[in-house]
Write a protein that binds this ligand. Structure first.
Ligand SMILES: C[S@@+](CC[C@H](N)C(=O)[O-])C[C@H]1O[C@@H](n2cnc3c(N)ncnc32)[C@H](O)[C@@H]1O
Length: 328
């Protein structure tokens, strides 16, 4: 009987969440939508309270096993460092963290690997918060900069790193070009992103289309790429030495979605901290998290990993395009 009440209560909460979700539609408009959304999510503190300093999925191992929600997120960063071969790089390696969020990845790379990290985000409040969260002496700094038009000169960083920022980019080719442009010759690009399945041969079907539409509109996403298409675009910059290496970490990251919802239940302190409006805001995100779980579980979405090394003889995207090397 007790469990029936609990299940009934949870179903009622879900129904309320769906109602709020339906009554407060959202859509992506421009990069301002992204900046404003993250400013708002930083200011209210709810995202940071539940997701911690990492606004990305956790890594639960292969095969996935039960793990603390926040530990899985930190583990994700270490797994990505190892997958990218960054653990073999010396202390002092310079890293650009594109779409840095609250800077969790950059701080781990600075503190655990001795790297010098620079993080960029579109949200001024997020950049400020990332700097505030960084203790004195940790070699990580954060600023506002647009990934599609970065202020850094060509060939600036040993490593370019980006986690779950790609779906916010309206121009994926420019995103790839800019990251490869600021990478030093011989440097390593490592990217982790939400993708949709490659729909070039088999278009999205009757249920995939509306679900994808919701996933885009809800969290300021103009479009998801596919693992296949984005790896082609990285190669099309003409700056890659050899192959773009990819991997699919959908299984390793999948538990994150239901865990995110579970956090709301097992950490009732959030209710006291953020009050009724915080409760309503959190409840509103539940349908999107469930849709994400469905989409990643059913193969509509895939968690893509990308690694590329920059050619050591071509210095700019323009040179790669024209085939003329200025500094031979
Ligand atoms: C889902 S969060 C991921 C944050 C961080 N990588 C992490 O894993 O914690 C996406 C981030 O991408 C940033 N972003 C989106 N579009 C951007 C752009 N054009 N230039 C710079 N940052 C951008 C957002 O501001 C946000 O910090």
């Amino acid at each position: 009987m007790f469990w029936l009440y609990i299940i009934g209560f949870l179903v009622a909460l879900l129904v309320i969440g769906v109602a709020i979700y339906l009554l407060t539609p959202r859509s992506y408009d421009s990069s301002n939508t992204v900046a404003n959304s993250y400013d708002e999510w930083t200011e209210d503190g709810i995202l940071e309270f539940y997701w911690g300093e990492h606004i990305h999925l956790g890594h639960y191992g292969s095969p996935p096993r039960r793990k603390d929600f926040l530990k899985a997120k930190a583990d994700f960063v270490h797994e990505m460092v190892r997958w990218g071969g960054l653990d073999k790089l010396p202390a002092g390696t310079t890293v650009l963290d594109v779409g840095c969020g609250f800077g969790g990845s950059s701080r781990i790379m600075a503190q655990n690997y001795g790297f010098q990290a620079t993080g960029i985000t579109l949200s001024p409040k997020q950049a400020q918060r990332a700097n505030d969260l960084t203790p004195e002496g940790v070699t990580a700094k954060f600023m506002v900069n647009d990934a599609l038009d970065m202020s850094f000169p060509d060939n600036s960083f040993d490593v370019v790193w980006s986690v779950e920022a790609g779906p916010h980019m309206p121009d994926k080719m420019k995103y790839a070009e800019e990251m490869m442009r600021v990478l030093k010759p011989g440097g390593i690009l490592v990217v982790a992103d939400w993708n949709q399945r490659d729909d070039r041969r088999v278009p999205l079907n009757w249920w995939e289309k509306p679900v994808m539409r919701q996933l885009l509109d809800q969290w300021s996403h103009p479009s998801f790429s596919s693992i296949e298409r984005f790896s082609e675009q990285i190669a099309e910059t003409g700056l890659v030495d050899g192959e773009v290496v990819t991997a699919d970490w959908t299984k390793e990251t999948l538990p994150s979605w239901l865990e995110s919802i579970w956090q709301g239940i097992v950490r009732p302190k959030g209710l006291i901290k953020f009050g009724f409006s915080g409760f309503i805001k959190s409840l509103r995100e539940v349908p999107t998290m469930l849709l994400m779980r469905v989409a990643f579980g059913a193969g509509l979405c895939r968690f893509g990993m990308f690694r590329a090394v920059k050619k050591s003889t071509i210095n700019s995207v323009d040179e790669a395009r024209t085939g003329e090397t200025v500094n031979a």
